[in-house]
Design a protein around this ligand. Structure first.
Ligand code: PLP
Length: 422
């Protein structure tokens, strides 16, 4: 039944039935977690041959002894892997440590403290701000919040951020110094930016503060669940618009090999990379090249990137199907929520009726199912509609996910019916 067409007495009956069901589930004392987008143990096993692959042969093809200090930009074979992920020339890639988030943090710090490519440091501005397409990745927002950089929420549609809104802010406010973008299989909505959006973003460098930078976090560049969606090249678009300095691209192997011990990449113009290196050189003598070599050997001796990602997809696909089936079966045509069917990435984004997300997360927690806190996908944790919930299906085994989702949809039903009764 559609919730809007239920009469008061039907709602009362419905609430009673759902409450009985809910109380019964609470007695099971479940302890399930669909919060963070972590790869499952089965996915991690796919890369276990990394261990021992060097067999004491630590020399890279270019003769570098990877055990020693040095090489701020990373091994050339590792940079080539980053170039393959980001579809850019190897010379424009720096291969770092295990986390692209760390590189993003350093890039923001570089812009804030020193400025990129000779531009005024952001801290010299009156109120430096990032544009934040929402819902988005909570950890991007945490970086800004920690450094005291303001954030403006921008609606994210099916083809990317609302570009009218982005352009208006950039044109009217010289203190806009960046935008967070997850252009492919976005966290959490799973959408991929369309060509027009990519082109309009690439043109921002013509109207923005010269220190403005697009943080192009392509974390899910190769994480397809089926046929890949083609993301237009932001690099090519900036070359056409003479705005190459306006973009920094990021990726990592965190959800390709071992999440905690992969390689992170940043790709940018030489002026931007020089600024970043200057900041990072004070902090490190170089990245873990032994791990970089292990990855390079893994993708030449054991598998190809494409073959490897297919194996991930075959593990992840049934989990996404499980989530979508639960949503469709319990909530389809109910008016209790909306969701997208992602074609890649790590998340399913669910929107409750306005004002219900916190209640759903609370009910689920009391029933033993941990969800990402409501609001986490918005700057300052503030979802003005109290509606968005991020579901992360990758980590739990399928059976646990199935149970967690049956609890989730029940909580959505209960919170929605109770809201209508209130
Ligand atoms: N960027 C996005 C959009 C993510 O979803 C994640 C992890 O969930 C990361 C970055 C973290 O990447 P890394 O492990 O390379 O720091």
């Amino acid at each position: 039944m559609h919730i809007e067409s239920a009469t008061s007495s039907q709602l009362v009956e419905w609430e009673k039935e759902l409450s009985v069901h809910y109380e019964r589930i609470c007695q099971h004392e479940l302890s399930l977690d669909i919060t963070r987008g972590k790869p499952s143990a089965e996915q991690l096993h796919l890369s276990d041959k990394l261990d021992g692959i060097l067999a004491t042969d630590y020399r890279a093809a270019d003769g570098t002894d990877t055990r020693n200090y040095g090489g701020m930009t990373g091994l050339s074979c590792a940079r080539a892997l980053g170039a393959d992920l980001l579809q850019v020339p190897t010379e424009e890639v720096m291969a770092g440590g295990n986390s692209s988030l760390t590189l993003m943090y350093h890039a923001v710090l570089t812009g804030y403290l020193f400025g990129f490519a000779g531009n005024v440091p952001w801290r010299a501005l009156e109120s430096p701000k990032f544009l934040c397409p929402v819902p988005g990745y909570d950890r991007h927002f945490t970086i800004c919040e920690q450094l005291g950089i303001g954030m403006l929420a921008i609606p994210l549609g099916k083809g990317g951020p609302d570009m009218e809104c982005v352009e208006k802010h950039v044109r009217e406010d010289g203190d806009i110094i960046g935008i967070w973008c997850v252009p492919k299989y976005a966290n959490p909505t799973g959408i991929t930016y369309n060509r027009e959006t990519v082109e309009r973003l690439a043109q921002l460098g013509q109207i923005a503060n010269p220190g403005f930078r697009i943080f192009w976090d392509n974390a899910y560049a190769v994480h397809d669940l089926g046929p890949s969606i083609n993301l237009a090249s932001i690099r090519a678009a900036t070359l056409e618009n003479d705005t190459v300095d306006s973009v920094l691209q990021f990726a990592s192997t965190s959800k390709v090999t071992h999440a905690g011990s992969g390689i992170a990449f940043v790709s940018a113009s030489s002026a931007n990379l020089d600024s970043l290196k200057l900041q990072m050189q004070a902090m490190t003598i170089g990245p873990d090249k032994v791990n970089q070599l292990r990855h390079s050997r893994f993708f030449t001796e054991c598998t190809t990137l494409e073959e490897h990602m297919h194996k991930h997809a075959s593990i992840l696909k049934p989990k996404f199907e499980c989530v979508l089936e639960h949503l469709q079966n319990a909530l389809g045509d109910s008016g209790m929520g909306q969701w997208e069917k992602p074609r890649g990435g790590y998340f399913v984004s669910f929107n409750t009726r306005p004002g219900c997300a916190k209640a759903v997360v609370g009910l689920a927690a009391d029933a033993g199912v941990k969800l990402t806190p409501a609001g986490a996908t918005f700057p300052y944790g503030n979802d003005p509609e109290d509606s968005n919930i991020r579901i992360a299906p990758s980590f739990p085994p399928l059976e646990e996910l199935d149970t967690a989702m049956s609890v989730f949809v029940l909580c959505v039903q209960l919170a929605s019916v109770r809201q209508r009764l209130a």
